[in-house]
Ligand binder design. Structure first.
Ligand code: GTP
Ligand code: MG
Length: 265
């Protein structure tokens, strides 16, 4: 199971350019509107300093990050909600995503970012999609205009999508992950693997088990839980146990962000 972020915006603003940079999948990119008609799907690893910190002390053979899915959706035009430019179909695809990443053209000399943001906002509102979490990406031209004219929004990223730096992309992925308002928990297979997993806030340890392995649901006895910082402080699961940092919980325990969980079956 993964959570998805729909890449949304007017036609020809750089949505597929960003999708390709994020997923490394080759997709159609061209300088005319509606290059994308059918959505492109791709999963991306979520950068996670906590996972790296756990891996540093556990030193497993493999470190597996959690992922989110990006969906490159066709451009929306004014009156998309009335069906203009196949708009209903594209708005439907957006409704199936958990969050929205909106690309705003600030790189063209004649760009009108504020008006564009309004246009998309109206289309999303008409389908009640404006309650979905949204992250803005201002596709800027670093030479012509380092500022770009755009609204002051807190959840925005300014980036040149033609030449994005790896750390800019990492920041963007993190912004999207944070917008999804999820929690991350970790599993440690001794010596072998450390893995990060994504869960809805308020989910039980049984639901966490379902994501990791179906056996963990059917044969669940209990789970042992500690916090990622405790694991790092002590240096190993065994030491954390000796120091009393690991507690047994039943199936109704609500997982907390940063929990490290061992399932007992
Ligand atoms: N100069 C410049 N061109 C860009 C930038 N980002 C995208 N482009 C160009 O803009 C055109 C459209 O890019 P796409 O990624 O296909 O845009 P899109 O939003 O997916 O377009 P549709 O699928 O048609 O809606 C392509 O020719 C890109 O090379 C940028 O930051 N600077
Ligand atoms: Mg496209």
């Amino acid at each position: 199971m993964s959570f998805s972020v729909g890449i949304v915006g007017l036609p020809n603003v750089g949505k597929s350019t960003l999708f390709q940079a994020l997923t490394k999948k080759q997709v159609e990119i061209a300088d005319y509107p509606f290059t994308t008609i059918h959505p492109n799907f791709g999963v991306v690893a979520v950068p996670d300093p906590r996972l790296e910190a756990i891996a540093k002390v556990v030193r497993p053979e493999r470190v597996v990050p959690t992922v989110i899915e990006f969906v490159d959706i066709a451009g929306l035009v004014k009156d998309a909600h009335k069906g203009k430019g196949l708009g209903n179909q594209f708005l439907d695809q957006i409704s199936r995503c958990d969050a929205i990443l909106e690309i705003v053209d600030c790189f063209r000399a004649n760009s009108t970012p504020n008006a564009d943001v309004e246009t998309i906002k109206t289309e999303l509102e008409m389908k009640d999609l404006n309650s979905k979490p949204i992250v803005y990406v201002y596709n800027i031209n670093p030479v012509r205009n380092s500022k770009g004219s755009q609204r002051e929004v807190s959840n925005g990223v300014r980036i040149n999508l033609k030449t994005p730096k790896p750390d800019e992309l990492a920041k963007l992925i993190s912004e999207c992950y944070n917008a999804l308002d999820l929690i991350t928990f970790y599993t440690v297979k001794r010596g072998k693997q450390v893995q990060a997993w994504t869960l809805k806030k308020g989910a039980s340890v049984l639901e966490a088990g379902r994501i990791v392995h179906s056996d963990f649901v059917e044969k669940f006895i209990k789970a042992q839980v500690t916090n990622w910082q405790k694991l790092i402080q002590t240096g190993s699961w065994l030491k954390a146990k000796q120091m009393g940092f690991i507690r047994a919980v039943g199936k109704d325990y609500l997982v907390e962000d940063g929990d490290v969980i061992e399932f007992k079956i």
